[in-house]
Design a binder for this molecule. Structure first.
Ligand code: HEM
Length: 512
């Protein structure tokens, strides 16, 4: 039976919101709202939103109602899910002056994550913190990170050779190491992986971002219910996440600042920012404010950057264990271009179209953010005959776009060939990077770093390792199935593979 507290909370909160907010008229400007499942009184479609793999249900609705599906949240807020690249570009990209806000989230504030750039409302604070990190990842400066990416990819190969069964941990370590060094100048080792577990524990909090995950988001009065009351277990979770998130913001920055004050360490983004601040003619108050912006600019890449590329590379390993033919083709290309006596470098990229196609397919096949990040509109608008009131929320079902059989025939198959025509990139295929990194002014600022890091890892791993399904107790290959977790971030779940050097020359390269 439902918890009485939750039932009372739902009714009281929904009624309150319902009375407080003006009801959205479905005929403002004489246009209807986008169609979707019939909302319930007070609760709207809240109870229709599935907790698990919501993107699958949303696609079913799109088949029934069309590419632009409209739901209602308690209080009448419109929640639109876009199911085509055209609609996402038309609204989030071409009309980005209207669609670049984020929804204020009570859960995000309660867990202390309101400072993070991806969640900030459109405005000056967002612009400043985004700029603080973006200037280190623009296409012009991205090559300055290549030596670090190469060094970490090679350390990853060595660690993986020694302990192939620790694939996930080693990969987590590797991506955290890149961001920690590039942003903070902090060098970590597998023996002393400082800050890595802190980050991964804090990322548990992304559970709170899925629409409908916590009732308190829609019924704010529940925030005042003490943790001991049955049904208020979320309070304990929130307290733990608050501690972790505060540490993520403060601890790596404090380490970086100490090293900078001592004149030590790698010339990282934080070092550069502190240097700039120290040289500008600023009051004490302004210095504190600039340092705060630098701290957020660094931490936003740490929390947004580490797990996203991680999940994509893990999907790549899963694909290689399932599609040996793809692996062989990529390795043949590497053998021809790079040869047996050295490891791949970024400079080889142009000559490796098939390996590049493998990277694109890894981004598409099992995408890490199936629903992207929610945008909020800042003005009334119309689209395809529908009325879109100011303050509506917009998600793009990236998973559905990337698995639309009209755009990607046999969408569940890992097929790099779909990106090639006569051995060169096929301009007619929708590039997965135009979908997975989002849209408009809020587009992912780490996309060039992620792209460079995915390429060098995929090329390096394929050059030296053979990835196969693991063997069962009878020595027979186990079946590998493409399973992903459900959540704001989606990861390959419960998958194993065997990894071993693919030739004597690969062994020799790994020893070097
Ligand atoms: C495969 C890897 C990655 C994927 C798929 C990915 C995807 C995304 C998506 C979908 C968004 C939201 C865009 C929107 O609102 O339309 C986003 C935002 C963001 N990403 Fe990434 N990302 C990846 C890697 C990275 C990396 C490596 C970094 C940092 C170095 C990073 C930093 C950010 C930040 C700070 C934002 C917030 C931007 C804003 O709100 O203005 N991401 N990313």
């Amino acid at each position: 039976m439902a918890d009485p507290l939750i039932v009372v909370g739902i009714i009281a909160g929904a009624l309150f919101l319902f009375l407080l907010r003006s009801r959205r008229s479905s005929s403002r400007r004489g246009l209807p709202l986008p169609p979707g499942p019939k909302p319930l009184p007070f609760l709207g479609n809240l109870l229709h939103i599935p907790q698990d793999y919501p993107w699958v249900k949303y696609r079913e609705w799109a088949e029934q109602y069309g590419d632009v599906v409209g739901l209602q949240l308690p209080g009448g807020q419109l929640f639109v899910i876009l199911h085509s690249q055209q609609a996402a570009i038309d609204l989030l990209d071409k009309r980005s002056a209207t669609y670049s806000d984020r929804q204020k989230s009570l859960v995000i504030d309660l867990i202390g994550w309101g400072w993070n750039t991806p969640f900030l409302p459109y405005g000056e604070e967002w612009r400043r913190t985004r700029q603080a990190s973006w200037r280190h990842f623009t296409p012009k400066v991205i090559s300055k990170h290549h030596p670090l990416l190469l060094q970490e990819a090679r350390r990853f190969l060595r660690l993986l050779k020694a302990e192939p069964h620790r694939l996930r941990e080693l990969m987590e370590f590797s991506f955290a190491a890149i961001i920690l060094k590039a942003m903070y100048g902090i060098e970590i080792t597998p023996e002393e992986p400082k800050h890595v577990s802190l980050l991964h524990e804090a990322l548990e909090a992304t559970e709170g971002f899925m629409a409908g995950s916590f009732l308190v988001e829609h019924i704010p009065v529940l925030q005042y219910v003490p943790a001991w009351v049955p049904g208020a277990g979320f309070q304990k979770k929130f307290a733990r996440w608050r501690r972790l998130i505060t540490d993520v913001l403060n601890l790596p920055f404090a380490d970086a600042k100490q090293a900078w004050l001592r004149g030590e360490g790698y010339q990282s983004a934080v070092h550069e920012m502190l240097e700039d601040i120290s040289q500008a003619d600023l009051s004490e108050e302004q210095v504190a404010d600039e340092e705060r912006v630098a701290k957020v600019g660094a931490a936003n890449t740490y929390v947004a950057g580490a797990d996203t590329t991680f999940s994509t590379l893990l999907s790549f390993f899963m694909a290689m264990a399932m599609y040996p033919e793809v692996q062989r083709k990529a390795q043949a290309e590497l053998d021809a271009v790079v040869g047996p006596n050295r490891l791949p470098e970024h400079g080889d990229r142009e000559s490796l179209p098939y390996v590049n196609a493998v990277c694109k397919e890894a981004l598409r096949w099992q995408n890490v953010l199936p629903l992207g990040v929610v945008h909020r509109s800042m003005a009334d608008d119309e689209y395809n005959g529908y009325f879109l009131p100011e303050g509506s929320l917009f998600l793009t079902n990236a998973w559905a776009i990337l698995h639309d059989p009209k755009t990607f025939p046999n969408p569940d198959v890992f097929l790099p060939e779909r990106y090639l025509k006569d051995g060169v990139p096929n301009p007619d295929t929708l590039d997965a990077s135009d979908v997975v990194f989002g849209y408009g002014r809020r587009i992912c600022l780490g996309r060039h770093l992620s792209d460079a890091s995915l390429f060098i890892n995929v090329a390096s791993v394929l050059h030296v390792f053979k990835i196969t399904p693991p063997l069962d107790a009878n020595g027979k290959p186990k079946k590998v199935e493409a399973k992903m977790s459900s959540g704001f971030l989606s990861y390959p779940s419960g998958f194993e593979c065997a990894i071993e050097p693919r030739s004597p020359s690969a062994e020799a390269l790994l020893r070097e």
